[in-house]
Design a protein around this ligand. Structure first.
Ligand code: ADP
Length: 350
């Protein structure tokens, strides 16, 4: 006979999220893995209705524990669901649920086990995006170049220079895709080792804003910098990489803005670290697409000429430096990309 205490220890140490609710859907148990996956502590969830804590992403059905185990009193296995973590991050869970009955056959609640498959799903999507990149973007450019080169060789063309210009543009597109792809691969292979030094973040941002402001002026877009305080923004981090991440985010704020729009960069104190926000008044990102926005090679529209790697590289840099990046956006109105950086990089932080 396993003692109650031993049973509790086993549940608590299961390498999988585990939670149980009573017949009204109120949480009565929540193990350590569940805390780690969702970001909520046991104390925060016990006694609260399960569906008040577990927020499905907008447009998703309620949590399977509620829908299947409590309302329909039926089991459900391996349901893939996206949820909003306590931090606001969107995660994908693989969830299995079952109703609970006591020894007399009375319905007493439901049990749920879940696994975080966010990374696995991201890898699967990225594989598809990479295939699409090679199959469409690269192939289109190469086919166009071959077409124009053949026409030049046939000797029947009068406007050869125009054709050569098109070929050059297409080859540059392919070159950018390959360069970005190689850079992304280096990050994936964890070849990037931070070069840490003390930097003044405020100065760095001001320098980054200068070239963007010049390009923005041409589109009648204003660039503003709001700073929480005038000094004391010294942090230890990788300057070159922060510049790279910030420039990707700023380039997007300009690229996806509307004429006469605004870009606001905010630098805020955030206790343990600093918070940088880049707000734009551009086209915004539909809610249903926000979960994919940091995937490698993901583009909402394949009409733009980007590689879809800017945000995924920015995310990799920021996370390697111990930070976190997220987006809030209203489709048609604009977006705010925010990232947090610890004041001091430590090898353990990533
Ligand atoms: P790229 O800009 O090269 O396509 P990114 O990884 O930088 O690649 O961005 C991925 C996609 O996210 C873009 O194709 C675009 O659809 C969307 N996106 C990024 N930033 C913004 C923004 N500030 N406003 C609206 N959409 C954006």
């Amino acid at each position: 006979m396993i003692k109650q205490k031993t049973y509790e220890t086993i549940i608590n140490n299961l390498p999988i999220g585990f939670t149980t609710v009573d017949e009204n859907g109120v949480t009565i148990d929540f193990n350590q893995a569940a805390e780690l996956i969702t970001g909520f502590s046991k104390e925060e969830v016990i006694g609260s209705p399960h569906n008040e804590v577990f927020h499905p992403t907008p447009g998703e059905e309620p949590c399977p524990l509620f829908k299947h185990a409590i309302l329909r009193k039926e089991p459900a296995t391996a349901k893939e669901k996206t949820f909003i973590k306590k931090t606001g991050e969107i995660i994908t869970l693989l969830v299995s649920v079952a109703p609970l009955y006591d020894s007399d056959g009375n319905f007493i609640g439901g049990v749920e086990i879940f696994r975080d498959v966010t990374e696995i799903k991201r890898f699967e999507r990225e594989r598809q995006h990479i295939l699409a990149m090679f199959a469409h973007d690269m192939k289109n450019s190469i086919t166009t170049s071959i077409g124009f080169a053949s026409r030049i060789l046939s000797g029947k063309l009068e406007n050869q220079n125009e054709c050569l210009k098109i070929i050059l543009d297409e080859l540059r597109t392919v070159e950018t895709l390959i360069t970005d792809f190689l850079e992304f691969s280096r990050f994936e292979a964890k070849e990037y080792k931070p070069e840490i030094q003390e930097i003044d973040l405020c100065n760095l941002i001001k320098k980054q804003i200068e070239p963007i402001s010049i390009k923005a002026r041409a589109k009648n877009i204003s660039v503003l910098f709001e700073n929480d305080k005038d000094q004391g923004w010294t942090i230890t981090t990788d300057e070159k990489m922060i510049k790279r991440a910030l420039s990707n985010i700023l380039d997007n704020a300009l690229k996806y803005n509307k004429p006469s729009g605004k870009i606001i960069i905010r630098l805020k104190d955030s206790g343990e670290g600093v918070l940088i926000e880049v707000e734009d008044t551009g086209i915004g990102i539909p809610e249903s697409k926000q979960v994919y926005i940091f995937d490698a090679f993901y583009r909402i529209s394949r009409d733009n000429k980007g590689s879809g790697l800017g945000l995924s590289i920015a995310k990799k840099i920021i996370e390697t430096l111990g930070g976190r990046i997220w987006v809030k956006s209203v489709f048609g109105e604009g977006s705010i990309f925010s990232f947090f950086l610890p004041r001091h990089y430590s090898v353990k932080s990533p």
